[in-house]
Structure formats: C-alpha cells, structure tokens
Design a protein around this ligand. Structure first.
Ligand code: AMP
Ligand code: MN
Ligand code: MN
Ligand code: MN
Length: 277
C-alpha cells in the first residue's frame, strides 16, 4: 500500500499542544503512515516519538524546523532524516534555545510596557523543558483576556511591526542547511508562500537555498489552495527542488489543519521522499 506522508508537525517540545506520543498516535488515527516530527529548533521530542512510532507501526522520519536568517529576513528550514546526535546540530539547538530564552525576556519587557505583566514566568512555565515560542505568548495573552484568539495576539502584539515584536538573530540560512545535510538529512524550505516575497526575492532566496545545498520545497502545507500549490510546484520545477508535503499541525484546537489532511503532490514534482535513504 502507498505511504501517506505528513512531513511537518509540532509537539510540546516546541509550540505544539500534544506530546510527541500523542502526535504520533493522532497521525496514525488519521491514516498517516510516515510522519516527520519537526519541532522548532529542537530534536528533543524525537526519542519519544520514535519509541511511540515503533509500537504504533508508523514510520517516523527524524525532523526539525530551524529558524534561520537570510538577508535580514526569517525563513524556516525543515530538516528531514537528520541525525539528532550530529554535533553541529546539537550545538545549534543549544544556541537557539538561549536565543529563544533571551528573546522571550525582551518580548515580556515589551508587553510590560503595555501594562501586561507576568508574561515571562507564564511562558516559561507553559513551555516547560521545550522551546519558548511566540505561540506561548499568544496563548498567555488569550488566557489573560488581552485578546480573544491566537491570531489576534499576533495581529495586535507579536507580529512584525507590532509593539511586542523583537527582531531576532537566528541561524544563518546556509549554515542551517549545512547542519541538516551534514547530519545526513534533506533540507526543505518550509511554507514558501508564507513569507510574502515578491517573485524576484523568491528567486534570489531559492537560488541561495539551492547554492547552500537545499534540496526540497514544501509544495503542500496544511492550508495551501490550488493556486498556491501551482505556484510552489512551478518554483520547485524551475529550481529543480523536490516537493515536500506537511500539515504544520500544531493543535487539535485548530480545526483548519489536521495531520495527514493534505492535497496530493502535483505529478510534475519529484517527491522529497525519493531522496530519503
Ligand atoms: P516563533 O518561532 O517563536 O517566532 O513562533 C512562530 C510560530 O508562531 C509559528 O511557527 C506559528 O506556529 C506561530 N505563528 C506565527 N504567526 C502567526 C499568526 N499570524 N497567527 C498564529 N500563529 C502564528
Ligand atoms: Mn509553530
Ligand atoms: Mn514555520
Ligand atoms: Mn512549523
């Protein structure tokens, strides 16, 4: 039987609502047969996911979603089939954990200037041993009734240009790609149309990504429409990138995104799993 792939999702190791075990179980229930857990800047959920996948009978692909910078902008690079024990990758995730901790303090300071106090302690507690993300701040703002939804939290406080936004020095994009490929993984540019780049910027980005050793483009994500799929598939063909598919599932509370609920990859695209070995 053909595999059902979902190559992008999150657990409580970063900003997902479900534990790695619960993500794997839910994926299995949804008919996924090959799942990549790709938490933000951490591989800490992989051991638990691998353990659960073995008992559930689902194939787990070791993954990560690295936060990177290129030309002063932030881009997410998904690594698939990585070796979590690769020293450069381990060092990078340790650094990114500190970057995120320091950013969280700055975000909390900015919120305090807007008379919203207690954010740092709350997000630190909510993240536990996992990565602290803006999603944790969004949940805090909802819980304290400053906003009605995560989306509103981003729109009013956390998104770029809003009062609690903090510009962050993430990993250099080319370096991040080298950590992924050096550990034996395939580097995939995540949700390419979410960056709202002009066509000329997109082409420069893809050229730089390719040059760095990037091999895949996320052609299908949880909320892509047919037009977006066509655009992304065209970029994949033009830059000879394999196509990936992943829901970017975070939480059952988001009814619009579900594990494994993905449009098929266009037949013009080489599936990224053909690069797995
Ligand atoms: P961070 O990596 O800490 O900056 O957090 C980024 C995460 O916040 C993304 O992975 C999304 O899960 C979430 N996010 C970003 N923008 C929005 C938005 N406009 N609405 C809801 N969630 C968002
Ligand atoms: Mn996220
Ligand atoms: Mn992302
Ligand atoms: Mn993601």
């Amino acid at each position: 039987m053909a595999e059902v792939y979902d190559l992008h999702c999150h657990s409580t190791a970063s900003d997902g609502a479900l534990s790695p075990t619960a993500v794997v179980q839910r994926a299995h229930q949804q008919g996924v047969t090959a799942l990549a857990l790709t938490d933000h800047d951490t591989t800490d959920g992989l051991a638990e996911a691998q353990c659960c996948a073995a008992t559930t009978g689902i194939k787990l692909i070791t993954g990560i979603e690295l936060s990177t910078n290129w030309q002063n902008k932030c881009f997410h690079i998904v690594g698939l089939g990585i070796n979590p024990a690769y020293p450069s990758l381990q060092e990078a995730t340790r650094n990114l954990q500190n970057v995120r901790l320091e950013r969280a303090e700055k975000i909390a300071d900015k919120l305090a200037k807007k008379h919203i106090t207690g954010a740092f302690d709350a997000v630190k507690k909510a993240a536990g041993s996992g990565m602290i993300t803006r999603t944790h701040f969004a949940d805090f703002l909802v819980s304290q009734h400053h906003v009605d939804s995560q989306q509103e939290a981003f729109d009013r406080y956390l998104a770029k240009g809003k009062p609690a936004y903090v510009a962050t020095a993430w990993a250099d994009l080319a370096l991040a790609v080298s950590w992924i490929t050096g550990s034996g993984g395939v580097a995939v540019l995540a949700h390419p149309l979410r960056y709202q780049l002009t066509a000329s910027w997109m082409k420069r980005l893809l050229a730089a990504f390719k040059e760095a050793g990037g091999q895949g483009l996320e052609v299908i994500t949880g909320r892509t429409n047919p037009d977006e799929i066509r655009v992304a598939a065209n970029y994949a063909a033009r830059f000879q990138l394999a196509g990936s598919t992943g829901s970017d599932f975070h939480s059952p509370a988001n009814q619009w995104v579900e594990l494994g609920r993905l449009a098929p990859l266009p037949s013009t695209v080489t599936p990224v799993w053909e690069l797995f070995h």
